[in-house]
Design a protein around this ligand. Structure first.
Ligand SMILES: C[S@@+](CC[C@H](N)C(=O)[O-])C[C@H]1O[C@@H](n2cnc3c(N)ncnc32)[C@H](O)[C@@H]1O
Length: 454
């Protein structure tokens, strides 16, 4: 099906108001309030064409991850091209950011398709792309689809827009990269996404149904994810691990394995990026990485593959218990890299102001801070998050250590590193410590810091 062509007619309400996300100008509907910088939590939805500003950091990381795959050739070798689909693209901010912000030397290797069912959102996406084309024009030859039929792709300056049910769009050709960003739960799209990927591909998923994933809505969690939760300080980590377990088990049914690249609880949603590979052998092994988090008395928790009925009462699961990130990739997700890729130069700012963007120096400063925040703490925690580690919430340590108050997280991390352990802060609104030190050692550090601060 055609991609909701404009035929020269502008969408109702066009041009709306101009805003900048990363280095990309976006048009917001007039009825959408001007976003605050660094918004957190779910935004109030204002209908089709609405852009959720709280998802900007996730889109920044998406630009960085796709760039990393091209720059470091870990997805396709020999400078081959990557077929990418944003299956639920709405007004097309993510695809336009991929096109604008990934450096020009990689652009000819990207074949980007963008799909949404909503005609208005697609029209808005196309008009935005037409009004603010990428600095380097791109022409692609359409490729035949996976059924050997002549392609229906029509690239408009490097973007191919499609208007169909996402489940059909994902199955049209073998994509090496699929982004799935639905309203609420991604489960209804998961099988089609896994089947739509080529033998090796990246699947990036956003899930905003955090009540189900954390277990605060126990019935939705049981129905949708076949799991049981405990809503305590581990609920966010459990939500991430539950989504990964769901992807891994769905993939294994199709003889595919799942390896997490980056997985985060980000304020009001879970975002996971996974490498999916066709391999019966690896798919059979995923059982080794699925289990339950049992809350204990001697340590905060233990991962157990087959809990006893008594343990199940104080456990959440089944969850992904393996590593959550890829070390090398996450180590490259630095604040410097975010700014290098996604921060506009002063010349670009001048030209965007000429296009009608009314941004002050303060806006520019805030947006640079938001870019840094998108990846803050990731590189430092990369090593620990890609292997076995202990996760602790600073606020629950005084109770375990029998002291009046918690030390500063930075002091505790410094002390553990000085003692020869690895320790880092996790990106989360909560003060989360990740370490390979034994739990007793962490408690000793908490006690000694508490004594020395008296
Ligand atoms: C959360 S929005 C996507 C936001 C977008 N990825 C972004 O970053 O701005 C979800 C989109 O899914 C679209 N949608 C819902 N069900 C769909 C389906 N079955 N097939 C295709 N699109 C669908 C909606 O029209 C909406 O634009």
């Amino acid at each position: 099906m055609d991609g909701g062509g404009n035929d020269g007619v502008q969408p109702k309400g066009w041009p709306g108001q101009l805003w900048l996300e990363g280095r990309t100008i976006v048009h917001l509907l007039d009825e959408q309030p001007r976003p605050s910088h660094m918004p957190r939590g779910p935004a109030k939805r204002t209908g089709p064409g609405f852009l959720n500003p709280a998802m900007a950091p996730a889109r920044t990381r998406s630009v960085m991850l796709l760039n990393d795959a091209l720059q470091h050739s870990w997805l396709v070798k020999n400078e081959k091209s990557i077929r990418v689909l944003d299956a639920l693209c709405a007004t097309g901010v993510r695809i336009r950011r991929w096109r604008n912000e990934i450096p020009s030397q990689h652009q000819s290797r990207l074949r980007i398709s963008a799909n949404d069912l909503d005609a208005f959102a697609l029209q808005w996406a196309r008009e935005s792309h037409r009004t603010h084309p990428p600095s380097q024009p791109i022409e692609h030859e359409p490729e035949d689809d996976r059924y050997g039929k002549t392609s229906t792709q029509v690239f408009e300056n490097g973007l191919d827009f499609r208007q169909m049910d996402a489940r059909m769009a994902m199955l049209e050709t073998g994509y090496q990269w699929i982004d799935l960003d639905p309203f609420g739960s991604p489960v209804q799209f998961l099988d089609a996404a896994l089947q739509g990927l080529s033998r090796t591909g990246v699947l990036e998923i956003t899930a905003t149904d955090t009540a189900a994933l954390t277990g605060s809505s126990a019935s939705s969690q049981a129905r949708r994810y076949g799991a049981k939760g405990i809503v305590d300080v581990y609920a966010h980590d459990d939500a991430v691990r539950l989504l990964l377990a769901t992807v891994a088990t769905s993939a294994a049914r199709l003889d595919k394995s799942m390896t997490p690249l980056l997985a985060l609880f980000d304020g009001h949603h879970v975002r996971v990026s996974c490498l999916i590979q066709t391999s019966r052998e690896k798919a059979s092994a995923i059982g080794d990485s699925i289990g339950w988090r049992v809350r204990e008395n001697d340590v905060p928790y233990r991962f157990v593959r087959h809990p006893t009925p008594e343990q199940v009462r104080r456990a959440s699961g089944p969850l992904w218990t393996g590593p959550l990130w890829d070390k090398d990739i996450a180590e490259r997700m630095t604040e410097e890299k975010a700014l290098e890729l996604c921060q506009p130069s002063s010349d670009e700012m001048d030209s965007m102001r000429l296009s009608g963007l009314t941004w002050t120096e303060e806006d520019i400063e805030y947006s640079a801070r938001e870019l840094r925040r998108s990846v803050r703490y990731i590189a430092d925690a990369a090593d620990l998050m890609s292997r076995e580690h202990l996760l602790l919430n600073l606020d629950s340590l005084p109770k375990w250590a029998g002291v009046g108050g918690a030390p500063k997280l930075e002091t505790l991390i410094g002390g553990l590193i000085e003692a020869g352990y690895a320790a880092a802060r996790l990106p989360d609104l909560e003060p989360l410590l990740v370490t390979d030190a034994p739990f007793d050692t962490v408690l000793e550090h908490v006690r000694s810091t508490s004594k020395s601060s008296k």
